[in-house]
Design a binder for this molecule. Structure first.
Ligand code: ADP
Length: 185
């Protein structure tokens, strides 16, 4: 089972991905967490990623696809994976399709978590991460619109897209997601 949690920065993908992974007994891959860990550990990837993450720009596709591929071949991914924050560009979506066909897997569904922009900025500002300043948040939202939102049409055409109202308590939203991913497609 391969589930993609999709949505703008701050819609709650990370929180929901963790709950869903625990609930379904599958792995959670967050590219944002992976980059933050790499930056913290000053690895080769971290040294490349830092300036992009700090500015709210996308880390180059080849670097991003490589960390996802490394994570996906680990044994804990055998039962399935929730992808949180990947893919964010068409090139990443293509890289994912190639990776999955190589291991004989398919995307089960793409859940688009929808939250109005005014909620998003408030949520992000209250989180207080280093890249959660007004300027960097605005850039992340702009990058999302430009690079990532077009993937909605791509996955919709593949018949994989499900829409989800992301406004509500953490529990309410996770119940909605569980209901959606349990539906037969
Ligand atoms: P948010 O969704 O709130 O922006 P993330 O933790 O998902 O937070 O991402 C933080 C940063 O990590 C992004 O602004 C970007 O620099 C980098 N990043 C995460 N995922 C990707 C990706 N798929 N491609 C390129 N860069 C990414």
């Amino acid at each position: 089972m391969i589930i993609i949690l999709f949505g703008a920065p701050g819609v709650g993908k990370g929180t929901q991905a963790q709950i869903l992974a625990d609930e379904l007994g599958i792995a959670h891959i967050s590219t944002g967490d992976a980059f933050r860990a790499a930056i913290q550990g000053q690895t080769e990837v971290g040294l490349i990623a830092k300036r992009y993450v700090d500015a709210g720009d996308l880390v180059p596709d080849d670097v991003t696809a490589r960390i996802v591929e490394e994570a996906m071949i680990k044994p804990d991914c055998q039962n399935g994976v929730i992808l949180d924050g990947f893919p964010r560009t068409r090139a990443q979506a293509d890289a994912l399709a190639t990776m999955l066909s190589r291991i004989g897997q398919e995307i089960s569904c793409v859940v688009n978590i929808e939250v109005p922009n005014e909620h998003i900025v408030q949520r992000l500002l209250s989180r207080g991460r280093a890249d959660d300043t007004v300027e960097v948040i605005n850039n992340r939202l702009a990058v999302y619109q430009q690079e990532t939102a077009p993937l909605l049409e791509y996955y919709s055409k593949l018949g994989l897209l499900k829409h989800l109202d992301g406004v509500g308590s953490v529990e309410e939203v996770s119940q909605r997601i569980l209901a959606i991913v349990s539906q037969p497609s």
